[in-house]
Design a protein around this ligand. Structure first.
Ligand SMILES: Cc1cc2nc3c(=O)[nH]c(=O)nc-3n(C[C@H](O)[C@H](O)[C@H](O)COP(=O)(O)O)c2cc1C
Length: 205
């Protein structure tokens, strides 16, 4: 299922006439269709209390007009960073199809209802894991983690696993969205939308 992306039509400013969302959704669909591993994986950058960047991969669990959603532990390093500096950048590195999408913007938490609905859709093992892991904190050994999972499995035996109080979704509301498309001779296409001013610009590669 290798798609020949040299045949891919050139991305142009005109493609973004209807805004960033239709093209972003088309590109995600193309990544899924091309069967690249974890097509909804995105690299999330936050800044710590000293203004230093930190990055890690998370999974995109929502992409609509309101922005990009991912789920995590609110007390993790990223959660702590976002509480202090509610601004983030995410990059989908769709290298297998020679495309990249970067979205930057302000971050807010998703509603408890949306978090509950997503949490309920997860496998029970993942739900218990969310309770067992104090994400980003040190742990003495793998055994200690496994013990924590056993404890949570017993605690919620015979009942639905509730959402941990420190777990949920974040939404990045786009301020800038940049589409990158690989082209020959390194003359790649880069188009950036600045949402507040509705500006659409082609950038040098
Ligand atoms: C493919 C992939 C997907 C991941 N998805 C998530 C995710 O959706 N949410 C999450 O909290 N961590 C996810 N992780 C783990 C994070 O990269 C990271 O290790 C963890 O969230 C702790 O980050 P922090 O200490 O910077 O907060 C994923 C890792 C990989 C490799």
């Amino acid at each position: 299922m290798r798609v020949d992306y040299k045949e891919d039509a050139d991305l142009d400013v005109a493609n973004l006439r209807d805004g960033w969302l239709p093209v972003a959704q088309q590109w995600l669909a193309a990544a899924i269709e091309a069967r690249i591993p974890e097509p909804n994986a995105m690299v999330l950058a936050t800044v710590d209390a000293d203004g230093r960047p930190a990055s890690r991969t998370v999974l995109c669990k929502g992409l609509d007009a309101r922005g990009v959603v991912f789920y995590t532990n609110y007390d993790s390093d990223k959660g702590t960073h976002l509480r202090r500096t509610p601004y983030a950048s995410v990059t989908f590195p769709w290298i297998g199809i020679e495309r990249q999408l970067t979205i930057r913007g302000t971050v807010s938490t998703v509603s408890t209802e949306a978090t509950a609905a997503y949490f309920a859709s997860r496998p029970r093992g993942s739900q218990l894991g969310a309770w067992a892991s104090q994400q980003s904190r040190p742990v003495a050994s793998r055994e200690e983690l496994e013990q924590a999972l056993v404890k949570m499995t017993e605690r919620f035996d015979g009942q639905d696993v509730p959402v941990p109080p420190n777990w949920g979704g974040f939404r990045i509301e786009p301020e800038t969205v940049e589409f990158w498309q690989g082209r020959t001779s390194r003359l790649h296409n880069r188009i950036r939308l600045t949402i507040p001013t509705q500006q659409v610009e082609r950038l040098q590669p």
